[in-house]
Design a protein around this ligand. Structure first.
Ligand code: IMP
Ligand code: MG
Length: 173
């Protein structure tokens, strides 16, 4: 049976925050084109809502990297499971992440993508758990800082479940 989920951030709060983030991005990238790199699978829900509110021209690409398995412990290094379709050389790239936890995934991903010579490379994350950070990495745009709790919903999973919840919640034991 499904476990009880306690709401941490409501759908309404998330939508409001995404509008604010999009407004900021529209200002920061005025007159430019933005290439969004969506990190599968968790970031898809966030990326769709964000992209719909961005008014500068947007292109999209997707990448899958290994992070957690079905458990709750982070792998030390990333493996690319799905490569980008397009070259990012000379593009203004924004990596769209669901959550930064240890920061390992993004630390390695950022270095990997920087080596491909984009014009610029920034990071947006819906959620950040700053207390958990071990890698030297920060986002340029962040939806919410959250406490050190394992969250699900709005794209985030526990053992591949709960991604479709329209809010961010905590699985109750
Ligand atoms: P990091 O490399 O430790 O920063 O982990 C980043 C990845 O771990 C995210 O993209 C998520 O896929 C996963 N992750 C980290 N914390 C959570 C959580 O609370 N719920 C669900 N997935 C998480
Ligand atoms: Mg994940």
């Amino acid at each position: 049976m499904d476990k009880h989920i306690e709401v941490m951030i409501s759908e309404k709060e998330i939508n409001t925050r995404i509008c604010e983030l999009a407004e900021q991005i529209n200002k920061d990238y005025a007159g430019k084109e933005l290439h969004l790199i969506v990190i599968l699978k968790g970031s898809v829900f966030f990326a769709c809502e964000l992209a719909k509110r961005i008014t500068v021209p947007v292109t999209l690409d997707f990448m899958a990297v290994s992070s957690y398995g079905d458990g709750m412990v982070s792998a030390g290094k990333i493996t690319v499971k799905k490569e980008l379709d397009e070259d990012i050389r000379g593009k203004d790239v924004l990596i769209v992440e669901d959550i930064i936890d240890s920061g390992n995934t993004l630390f390695h991903l950022k270095n990997l993508l920087l080596a491909r010579n984009p014009e610029s490379l920034k990071i947006i994350t819906l959620l950040d758990k700053p207390e958990r950070r071990t890698a030297d990495i920060q986002s340029d745009y962040c939806g919410f800082n959250i406490p050190d709790k394992f969250v699900v919903g709005y794209g985030l999973d526990h053992a591949q479940k709960y991604r479709n919840l329209p809010y961010i919640g905590v699985v109750q034991d």
